[in-house]
Design a protein around this ligand. Structure first.
Ligand SMILES: Cc1cc2nc3c(=O)[nH]c(=O)nc-3n(C[C@H](O)[C@H](O)[C@H](O)COP(=O)(O)OP(=O)(O)OC[C@H]3O[C@@H](n4cnc5c(N)ncnc54)[C@H](O)[C@@H]3O)c2cc1C
Length: 396
């Protein structure tokens, strides 16, 4: 039997040893799913050296061999210790998909490079005009000898500016029904004909990009699965995108931060925001929902550990988790009051050592609030998740 207490202590010891103040700062200042890239890369390499960068992967491919509880404990301890988030697209989604659909050559070439961070991947699914309705995508790949020639554009591509590779859905047949003419292609972002432009978010940060392809030659060997069967590959990968998140861990962290913020702010009567009965009421309501969410996540964990599949429950958790997260963000902004308003992006850079316009506890509140509006859009919008819940859980 695994001694989980001992395991947790081992993780804590490792984090205490390896997380430098700069890395912790990057974790504290993280306002979206992505941390400062430089810090994320450093942390990725430290985890890789320890053999802990891909706990969800099977051991034969470089995973840890931990059970589901150990993986949960690891994630929880990393979050509580303010470790930066690593860029997860390949570890969480592409790697597991390649293990299932990739050729032996693709697996042996790409998987070790994902683990070592030699390759940083981004996800090229969405296009202008093809988001929720992904099957209407238009980026085309036309066969020419041993290559495809790719033309089109992908949008909202997270981390493309830091990536050297992109996994893409492309149209390889226009004559059949939309889903039947899509292929899954691995593309080197340094290929001639690719341009990456930044998209500046509302909070002034750049995480998303648009990627343009003009007559880009991609070897046919880079197709995953069979030509025109990319839709199944894409859907398989999405299961890892939607199912791979533990919202409860994030929310517990948010809650601790919110309590600290609300405790720090004093009204004119000298009382803290945490003593304000209206605020306390809103906080208690959100906390109760967080407890309900935790029970649902534990239910999914139980299903997974007995070999089952969470199915549409992951849509339910995605909806509830992201919407609850947004409520905590709103409470944070409310708690810190006017300290949330100064616009000073430098303060969120872990290497910035100058003056900040707001006290430390307030620095991230507004940026998190703004950035997290996207949580109910990416990975499948809340409306789409509700449609899945209505159909598959409520049988409407
Ligand atoms: C921060 C961020 C990061 C992202 N990162 C990536 C990435 O790395 N790679 C990538 O490929 N994509 C990425 N995306 C894109 C994301 O997947 C899409 O934005 C999302 O799928 C929605 O598509 P859309 O933006 O085209 O909106 P649309 O699909 O046009 O939807 C617009 C609105 O209509 C509603 N709607 C649409 N269809 C229905 C329906 N059938 N029933 C009810 N309501 C509907 C939607 O819920 C939404 O409110 C990212 C998006 C964001 C915001």
């Amino acid at each position: 039997m695994t001694d989980y207490k001992l395991f947790r202590q081992g993780v804590r010891d490792f984090l205490a040893l390896e997380l430098s103040p700069e890395l912790v700062r990057a974790g504290e200042l993280t306002t979206s799913v992505f941390s400062d890239f430089e810090a994320a890369l450093k942390w990725h390499k430290i985890l890789h050296n320890k053999g802990w960068v891909a706990p969800e992967w099977p051991k034969e491919y470089g995973g840890t061999g931990w059970d589901i509880n150990q993986r949960y404990i690891f994630q929880e301890e990393c979050k509580l210790a303010n470790a930066p988030s690593i860029v997860m697209m390949a570890i969480q989604m592409l790697g597991p998909m390649l293990m299932h659909y990739g050729t032996d050559e693709q697996k042996s070439f790409y998987l070790p490079r994902i683990l070592s961070a030699e390759d940083i991947w981004c996800q090229g699914y969405s296009e202008p005009g093809a988001g929720s309705d992904l099957a209407s995508l238009k980026t085309s790949a036309v066969r020419d000898g041993d290559d495809y020639v790719v033309n089109g554009t992908k949008i909202w591509t997270s981390m493309a500016r830091h990536s050297n590779r992109i996994f893409c859905l492309v149209r390889t047949n226009k004559e059949v029904k939309p889903q039947a003419g899509i292929s899954f292609l691995l593309i080197d972002l340094n290929s001639p004909g690719i341009t990456v432009t930044d998209i500046v978010s509302l909070d002034g940060q750049i995480e998303q990009c648009q990627v343009f392809f003009q007559d880009v030659r991609v070897p046919v060997a880079n197709v995953v699965g069979n030509e025109n069967e990319g839709w199944s590959v894409a859907k398989y990968l999405l299961e890892f995108e939607r199912g791979g998140h533990n919202f409860t861990i994030d929310i517990k962290k948010q809650l601790a931060k919110l309590r600290c913020q609300a405790q720090s702010v004093k009204a004119r009567n000298g009382k803290s925001k945490l003593q304000d009965p209206v605020f306390r009421h809103r906080l208690a309501e959100a906390e109760i929902e967080a407890m309900a969410l935790e029970q649902t996540e534990l239910r999914i964990k139980g299903t997974l550990s007995s070999g089952g599949n969470p199915g549409a429950l992951s849509s339910l958790v995605k909806c509830a988790g992201t919407e609850l997260g947004q409520r905590f963000n709103a409470l944070s902004v409310d708690a810190v009051g006017q300290a949330a308003t100064p616009y000073h992006p430098d303060s969120l850079n872990p290497r910035y050592a100058g003056k900040t316009p707001a006290p430390g506890y307030a620095l991230t509140a507004m940026a998190e609030y703004i950035n997290n509006r996207a949580a109910t859009i990416y990975g499948g919008t809340a409306e789409i998740q509700r449609a899945i819940i209505a159909k598959q859980i409520l049988k409407l």
